[in-house]
Design a protein around this ligand. Structure first.
Ligand code: 5GP
Length: 105
């Protein structure tokens, strides 16, 4: 079953897209918990950090490059937090790996 993020990637559901390349999409969170709240999402659908296999580790590099790009784009590169929820008991609601960027700059 495809996640809501897969539907955003395929444009079935609209979102405010801050950045996109062949591997990653970065969107603004629909319910921001900070002045800037973005979600960095690999296009490859992996459920959580716990589901990452050794061969999937290559998807992490583009995520961190995208974090550098969007934080510069939004001029928040001097201060932000990264947050990952993993598993339902860890507060994960959307079962498609993503990194939250939160900044009040
Ligand atoms: P999680 O709890 O899984 O780590 O975070 C999921 C995040 O996705 C939440 O912060 C929630 O507000 C956000 N979210 C859920 N549905 C949508 C949506 O349709 N569009 C956007 N832009 N964000 C969403």
């Amino acid at each position: 079953m495809s996640s809501i993020f897969t539907k955003i990637i395929s444009r079935e559901i609209p979102a405010h897209i801050e950045y996109e390349d062949e591997n990653v999409i970065v969107i603004h969170d629909i319910a921001p918990q900070a002045k800037h709240h973005l979600l960095v999402i690999p296009k490859q659908e992996i459920e959580s950090t716990q589901a990452l296999l050794e061969g999937d580790m290559d998807i992490l590099k583009p995520l961190f490059l995208a974090i550098q790009t969007v934080t510069r784009q939004l001029a928040i590169q001097d201060g932000y937090k990264l947050h990952i929820n993993s598993g339902k008991a860890g507060g994960q609601e959307v079962m498609h790996l993503h990194i939250h960027i939160l900044s009040d700059i």
